[in-house]
Write a protein that binds this ligand. Structure first.
Ligand SMILES: Nc1ncnc2c1ncn2[C@@H]1O[C@H](COP(=O)(O)OP(=O)(O)OP(=O)(O)O)[C@@H](O)[C@H]1O
Length: 218
């Protein structure tokens, strides 16, 4: 199993208010699966993704990625696991503004200690952004930006890709292009988890997990 989450809890406190953002969420995603996480606004989707990525620590429960525990470890160790094993794709792409697309991919490889120009070029091709490899993010269209963000996410050939509303702000043709690329990653053996509001994306996934008030619906 590539991704395992066991009974995740996450509480937020603001003054006297307590929000139970996650209440015992368990899930498992295998290699080759494309799983959509859906749910109304405020149901806990982003909180869940942040915990799965080790960007946030759950208050209870644990996350394992390819068998390695991510939860309750120092941030430096979580960052190491993340760099090697998790491709993160956010709506506002994880690109450094003053670097070209190619340099952004190289940077992600260097942060993992595994620079590899041949793999960089393959990833750029795979994400259909090789023709714009020398452009900076500000010079790209929305669709190109999304593909460049995906190239950065895939820079180190991670076994797991976590995407937060990757297709949310894109026009339909571009969104379905990104979805096709994510589908292709899953078909190539990557475990892919996508948070989405789009019924089309949810329908294209192998499974849909619905969150409601911090719990997965049966
Ligand atoms: N840093 C925070 N401090 C306090 N409460 C928070 C914080 N982050 C999220 N919450 C609350 O936790 C709950 C879950 O939020 P989350 O962002 O995970 O939902 P979501 O399903 O991703 O929503 P959306 O679809 O609108 O992005 C909400 O009630 C939200 O207000």
């Amino acid at each position: 199993m590539i991704l395992e989450a066991e009974r995740l809890y996450r509480f937020y406190h603001a003054g006297d208010e307590e929000t139970l953002a996650l209440r015992g969420v368990s899930l498992a995603v295998d290699a080759g699966e494309l799983v959509a996480i859906t749910g109304p606004s405020g149901s806990g989707k982003s909180t869940l993704l942040n915990c799965l990525a080790g960007l946030d620590e759950p208050d209870g429960g644990q996350v394992r990625i390819a068998g390695e525990r991510l939860s309750r470890r120092p941030e430096a160790e979580r960052a190491r696991v993340r760099a090697a094993r998790v491709g993160l794709l956010f709506q506002h792409a994880n690109l450094v503004g003053h670097l070209s697309v190619a340099r952004n991919v190289t940077l992600a490889q260097q942060l993992n200690g595994t620079p590899d120009p041949a793999r960089r070029d393959r990833v750029l091709e795979r994400c259909a952004i090789a023709a714009r490899a020398r452009a900076r993010p500000s010079q790209l269209s929305g669709g190109e930006l999304a593909r460049a963000g995906l190239a950065v996410a895939l820079a180190n050939d991670p076994p797991l890709v976590l995407a937060d509303e990757a297709t949310g702000e894109l026009d339909e043709a571009t969104a379905s292009g990104i979805l096709a690329l994510l589908r292709a990653q899953a078909d190539a053996g990557v475990a892919v988890v996508v948070i989405t509001h789009s019924p089309a994306v949810a329908a294209a996934a192998d499974r849909e997990l619905r969150l409601h008030d911090g719990e997965l619906q049966p």
